[in-house]
Ligand binder design. Structure first.
Ligand code: URA
Ligand code: CA
Length: 445
């Protein structure tokens, strides 16, 4: 396909691949040509694959990355949330293991008066998907008409639905291509992928949880910092408020990894008895959202407000309203017996005594997927009941014969492999170690 732009210079995909391969810097028109051509089918996968690899090695500057984000946004529908008064809030995590945050944050921020019209994705690979987690609540629907979605946000303050098929279609194609060509972990490609979806979904103020560590796309804090700065700059460049928090993913967040198990963990957190790390992260992200939306004058006030909503029960009440509004059974939040439960619980026993030195998050995520909590292929079903509940985390003392984790199992055929992987994810030794930091930093401007 040849498109003609100003000055009547015909662009060719070949020349643009070569340009990046040689370290060149693209113009906006060149980026638009590539993305619109790829979306329309005029530029084939093999050329885009070569392009993605050239970008992986050569990188893109801030202007190029912003132009790429804009081109991806413009490849599809841009959601109009104007029928919702107030600042439309969103939160995004770059992907972790056992990241139960959205289930807590959406009702919590809604209880404080925030408006969260959230479009989420499903799990793929070792990271779980927010939609799968909500769907573990009996009856909960994530396919909701746009009008009803907006009505729920206006009435309840939060709703979570599946991403519309026509939202950033260029990202959908490009992500699938990157996934099979070893080009996912490129900072400009991740940044444009994340921000294009948030912007197309209509978010005005966005808090980003940029994960660093074993369980994340980026493994080091330095790299996460670079990604965070770029994400914030792109958002600002496109007229949105953005704050990025850089957080540790050296081990899973909280104790529960698996869909219904994480619903239970979210309920506990909304009641004030959740894991310390998950609770802290929700308070940090939530107070940024309250500040950006003007609902709190400063972070400290925002945090106190959120804590008091947990204490009073208002946050949990809001979760129930949200569940009811989306067709789910709010009673399942009070009575865990009404949530899907696995047939068998199997302990993973520590073969020695000592302190947990490390706990590979990615491997726990993979083990949970093997048990059936995640999907190995795009359309495979998930089992809402299964997963892993960690008993020990980094820094914890463990005795020989004590359980490190508990597997929630339905498919016996997968038990042994998952058990081996969980055991292997733990390293227990004599050295006393500190629990790794949860919050590494923050990028505001
Ligand atoms: N999440 C996304 O949405 N896109 C990426 O490229 C990586 C993580
Ligand atoms: Ca968790």
């Amino acid at each position: 396909m040849i498109e003609v732009f100003e000055g009547a210079i015909a662009l060719r995909a070949y020349d643009l691949i070569l340009k990046k391969r040689e370290g060149g810097v693209y113009t906006q028109d060149e980026i638009r040509f590539l993305i619109s051509g790829y979306t329309a089918g005029g530029i084939p996968d093999y050329q885009m694959a070569a392009w993605a690899m050239a970008v992986f090695f050569r990188g893109m500057n801030e202007e190029e990355t912003t132009a790429l984000t804009r081109a991806i946004v413009e490849s599809g529908e841009q959601v109009d949330l104007s029928p919702i008064p107030g600042i439309k809030l969103d939160k995004h995590s770059t992907g972790g293991v056992g990241d139960t945050t959205t289930l807590v944050l959406a009702p919590l921020v809604a209880a404080a008066g925030g408006k969260m019209a959230k479009m989420s994705g499903r799990g793929l690979g070792h990271t779980g998907g927010t939609l799968d987690k909500f769907e573990a609540i009996p009856g909960f629907k994530v396919e909701i008409e746009r009008e009803r979605f907006i009505e729920i946000v206006n009435r309840v303050g939060a709703a979570v639905i599946g991403q519309s098929g026509n939202l950033a279609p260029a990202d959908k194609k490009l992500y699938a291509l990157r996934d099979v060509t070893a080009t996912v972990d490129s900072i400009p490609l991740i940044a444009s992928s994340v921000m294009s979806k948030k912007i197309a979904a209509g978010a005005e103020a966005i808090v980003l949880d940029v994960k660093a560590g074993d369980g994340a796309f980026v493994k080091t804090v330095e790299e996460a910092g670079r990604l965070a700065r770029l994400l914030v700059k792109i958002g600002r460049g496109m007229g949105r408020q953005v704050v990025a928090i850089i957080t540790g993913m050296e081990q899973p967040l909280g104790y529960a990894v698996g869909n219904a198990l994480e619903v239970k963990e979210a309920v506990a957190t909304l009641k004030g008895s959740g894991p310390a790390d998950l609770t802290e992260l929700c308070l940090v992200l939530g107070s940024e959202l309250l500040l950006m939306s003007g609902l709190a004058g400063d972070r400290e006030t925002g945090r106190k407000e959120l804590e008091s909503l947990v204490r009073s029960g208002a946050a949990l009440e809001r979760f129930k309203e949200m569940v009811q509004a989306q067709g789910g059974d709010p009673g399942a939040l009070d009575d865990p017996d009404r949530l899907p439960r696995a047939r068998r619980l199997v302990d993973v026993i520590s073969p020695g005594a000592g302190f947990v030195q490390s706990l590979k998050a990615e491997q726990i995520g993979v083990a949970s997927t093997i048990l059936g909590a995640g999907r190995e292929k795009k359309d495979s079903p998930v089992d809402p009941a299964v997963g892993i509940v960690l008993v020990k985390k980094i820094g914890d003392r463990v005795e020989k014969g004590e359980p490190l984790a508990v597997l929630h199992v339905n498919d016996e055929g997968r038990l042994q492999q998952a058990q081996g992987m969980v055991l292997d994810a733990y390293r227990v030794g004599n050295e006393r170690v500190e629990s790794p930091p949860l919050i590494h930093g923050k990028v505001i401007d």
